[in-house]
Design a protein around this ligand. Sequence first.
Ligand SMILES: [Zn+2]
Length: 627
Amino acid sequence: MKLDYNKIGFKCGIEIHQQLDTHKLFCACPSVIRDEKPDFVVERRMRAVAGEMGAVDPAALHEFLKNRRLYYETYTDTNCLVELDEEPPHPLNEQALSTALTVTLMLSSKPVSEIQVMRKTVIDGSNTSGFQRTILVGLGGVIETSLGDVGISSICLEEDAARIIEDKGDVVTFRLDRLGIPLIEVATDPDIKSPEHAREVAEKIGMMLRATGKVKRGLGTIRQDINVSIRGGERIEAKGVQDLRAIPKLCENEVRRQMGLIEIKKELFRRKVKPEDFEAKQGESKVKNLHENFQEVTACFSDDDRAFIQKSIRAGKKFLGMRLPGFAGLLGRELMPDHRFGTELSHVVKATTGLRGIIHSDEKPNGCVSEKLCCGLKDAWVVVIVEASVDATPAFFKIQERLQKAFFGVPEETRRADGEKTVYMRPLPGSDRMYPETDEPLINTQNLVHELKGSLPKLPEGERRDYEKMGLSPEMANQLVNSPSAKVFTVFVKEFPKLPPTLIAQTLLSTPKEAKKRYGSHIENLTLDHFKGILSLVAGGSITKDVIVEVIRNLSETPEKTASDVVSEKKFGSLSGEKISKIIDSVYEENSGVESVNKLLGLVMAKAGGRANPSEVRKIIEYKKLF
Ligand SMILES: [Zn+2]
């Protein structure tokens, strides 16, 4: 079924995080990601400090942090005491600030006149300091798209988090190579109209960021968070989308998930099931408090032939079951064809308690379990499989909590992108608790903004139009806008005014690809000097454009040579007039009776191996025909 996004009240905004190609934001360490063994590892524990945690429940936070050990892998030559939080941050990276302001101006956003570094609390250990430093740089702004303008809400500069290497629940290992790399965060308003539109907006902003020439390229250097909701749903933040191509499907899947949850809410209402059925009230018996009312049902599974079940039984694990009043048929695919409610439960349990192994009645009925848990026809059950020594109460508590939220449809939460789907991560935090970074001075931006205004990079749209005006095809113009060769192209166009810009673009972009395709050439060996050499040989008439691909092939095999070395060694140079005349004579002799100029031209060119200028040859043939 195709969705009408307008009709279902689709709302979407995105946040783009792009790493900048400069040193770290608050120290001079290089922004490099490394794979070698780290030089040393630091162990840390975190402690909650009252007053800085905002909306976070301090008791729960304390519990969360108590048993966690954090390891930070460090390199002596590319990390320093700032990343380890053993030394105050150094002054803000000016290059990063000027790039962020440039982006602000390019998006017609209003630059903040006085920069104030802020601290944003993070408790997952991804920053050694317990907070992330973030700086608001611009407010407002707009980006043009095929479906109208999309508003920009803010532009921030922030430090990237440490990279997670291993997460064992109570022991988490991070690497400090990524911590502190400057990131620009561009957040749009919720003006995006469809999943395809979301992709377009992300693409446009990405192109604009690249137009500054100051951003990192490659996988992992740009990440997007996508906020999606529909009418009757809630705002869901899907974090960490790395592949633009996944955006439309991810949005669609998230919309379908929300639609399913809304259906479940309606069905619960029809069934007259109430949230109170899932909680204990004061003075009532504890029996109603579901999460404390689970029972062991291991024996009921002795005949279940599913391999993982038999494996768990052999491993001595316990099967603990809980009745879900009124939920019969709601955990499976009936109302949520693309994403089962049962999956929601197991994601929540896994993310909050680390426990895996949740099964439920809609996957495979089990009369023994139903009987043991006193399930009526309208009830469902859920079973958690745990090691014999593990207390499953927290898992059942989380299940109960999630079931209660089902009565309200879509719970507000932070999810993470997992391919084209989203997976539960944590509840949506309250509005970010921020407080000033007292180790950093305020910075007045007015002079810098004034200076930057005079030399803004061209927006990709304008650049593309300029290329087309020079005669490039729309495809080639598009390719060039997205290519690192764009700058070189502009330089070469000025340097070789005699050469058609299309030929220059082809030499830089498509001809190397052709050499790679035809001969498997290692075109990454080619240097700017090689290209310059080739173009000057063509401009000077020493070679024709037909041999460029051969010159490129030879240069990538012997990159230490120059273009003119290769041309003279391999005899790619244009043939002298005398030689061409001789070839023409021999073609005439062998093909007496052929009248067509084009046919003769083809024969001559084939014999000359691309080393003759076709228009010159044509002139000679036409001249000869007169006699
Ligand atoms: Zn450092």
